[in-house]
Design a protein around this ligand. Structure first.
Ligand code: FDA
Length: 307
C-alpha cells in the first residue's frame, strides 16, 4: 500500500526539497546511484565491466522546467560519451535517456526533446554504441514512440522501453517486434490510473509474460528488464522455445538490486546489462526505487532515526 504514496511523493516539489536536504540521505542513495560525476562513475563502469557485465548508463534527471536544463542534460550525456569512447567499451556500455529530461514536457517539447536527444544518439553511434529511450508516465509515450521511430531512420539500433502494466503495451510490442529493433520490457514504475494500467501484481506479471512471448517470437532483440526470479526463468524458457541463442536477447537489472543475480546470469553465459544511474538530480529515480520495495523505505527511515 505504501508504493502509491511514495510514487505520489516522487512528484512533489516539497518532498523533493525535504528529502534531498536530509543529511543522511546521500549514504542511502549511494546504494542505487553510486556517483554524482563522470569521474566518480568511471571506476564503477570499469569494475562492472571487468566482472563480465554490460552497462546502460543513466544521467539522473527528469521533468525539467526550463529549456537550458534540457541543453545541460544533452551536454552531460555528451561528456559521458566522450569518456566512454576513451574506455573503448563499444556496445558493452550504452545509454538510457528520459525524454522529460530533454524538454519533452515544455512548450514545443516534442521537437525540443528530439533536437536535444539526436546529438546524443549521434555521439553514441560515433563511439560504436547506442541509446535506449526510457518509458515514463503514459501521457508521454506517443511522443516517445514517435521520437524513437524518427531516430531509427538514421540510427536503427536506438532502443525503447515498454511497460507491461499498461493495457496498450501488447499492441505496441507487436508493432515493435520487428527485425533490428531493440526493446526493453519492464513492469512499469509510475503511478498510473486504472483506466490505462493493471493495478494488481498478478495481472502485471501475467501481462509481462504475454508481452515477452510476443517479443521472443518476433524478429527484434528483447531486453528483459526485471529482477523477478520467476519472470527470469520464464524468459529463459521462452527464449529456448523460440530457438533464440544466448546472444539473441539479454537481461537487464538496476545497479544495487540483486547484484549476485547479475553475476550468476553472466556466469551462465547470458548477456547481463546493469542500468547504472549517476548524477545529482537523483530524487525521482531514488523515490521509484523506494516505492518498488517497502523494505527500502524502512531502511531509509531507520538511517534517519539512528544517525
Ligand atoms: P518486482 O518489483 O516484482 O521485484 C522482484 C524482486 O526484485 C523483489 O522481490 C526484490 O527482491 C527485487 N527488487 C525489485 N525492485 C527492488 C528495489 N527497488 N529495491 C530492492 N529490491 C528490489 N520502469 C519504467 O517505468 N520505465 C523504464 O524505462 C524503466 N527502465 C528500467 C530499466 C531496467 C534495466 C530495469 C531492471 C527496470 C526498469 N524500470 C523501468 C523499473 C521497472 O518498471 C520496475 O519498477 C522494477 O524493475 C521492479 O520490478 P521487477 O520486474 O524487478 O519486479
Amino acid at each position: 500500500m505504501l508504493g502509491p504514496v511514495i510514487l505520489a511523493a516522487s512528484r512533489s516539489d516539497r518532498m523533493r526539497r525535504l528529502i534531498s536536504a536530509a543529511p543522511v540521505t546521500k549514504q542511502v542513495v549511494d546504494r542505487f546511484i553510486p556517483g554524482e560525476t563522470v569521474d566518480e562513475i568511471v571506476p564503477i563502469i570499469q569494475d562492472l565491466s571487468g566482472r563480465g557485465l554490460e552497462l546502460t548508463m543513466d544521467v539522473v534527471g527528469e521533468d525539467i522546467t526550463r529549456p537550458e536544463q534540457a541543453a545541460a542534460a544533452r551536454d552531460a550525456y555528451l561528456a559521458l560519451i566522450d569518456r566512454l569512447g576513451e574506455l573503448e567499451l563499444g556496445t558493452r556500455a550504452e545509454m538510457s535517456v528520459k525524454l522529460s529530461m530533454f524538454g519533452q514536457a515544455l512548450e514545443g517539447g516534442h521537437e525540443l526533446a528530439l533536437a536535444n536527444v539526436r546529438p546524443v544518439v549521434e555521439a553514441a553511434a560515433a563511439i560504436g554504441t547506442t541509446v535506449t529511450l526510457d518509458a515514463e508516465d503514459h501521457t508521454t509515450l506517443d511522443s516517445m514512440f514517435a521520437i524513437h521511430e524518427e531516430l531509427r531512420k538514421d540510427f536503427p539500433q536506438t532502443g525503447c522501453v515498454i511497460q507491461a502494466y499498461l493495457f496498450r503495451t501488447e499492441t505496441d510490442a507487436r508493432r515493435l517486434a520487428e527485425s533490428g529493433s531493440r526493446v526493453r520490457l519492464v513492469k512499469g514504475a509510475y503511478k498510473e490510473p486504472a483506466e490505462v494500467a493493471y493495478q494488481q501484481k498478478h495481472e502485471i506479471d501475467k501481462a509481462y509474460v504475454r508481452i515477452l512471448k510476443v517479443l521472443m517470437e518476433g524478429a527484434g532483440y528483447p531486453m528483459i528488464g526485471s529482477h523477478d526470479p520467476r519472470l527470469i526463468s520464464i524468459a529463459q524458457e521462452l527464449a529456448r522455445t523460440a530457438g533464440r541463442k544466448l546472444d539473441e536477447y539479454e537481461f537487464q537489472m538496476l545497479y544495487g538490486i540483486r547484484s549476485d543475480e547479475h553475476l550468476r546470469l553472466a556466469a551462465e553465459g547470458h548477456r547481463m546489462r546493469v542500468y547504472t544511474a549517476y548524477g545529482t538530480d537523483w530524487y525521482g529515480y531514488f523515490m521509484r526505487r523506494l516505492a518498488e520495495k517497502p523494505a527500502n523505505l524502512r531502511f531509509f527511515a531507520r538511517s534517519m532515526i539512528t544517525r
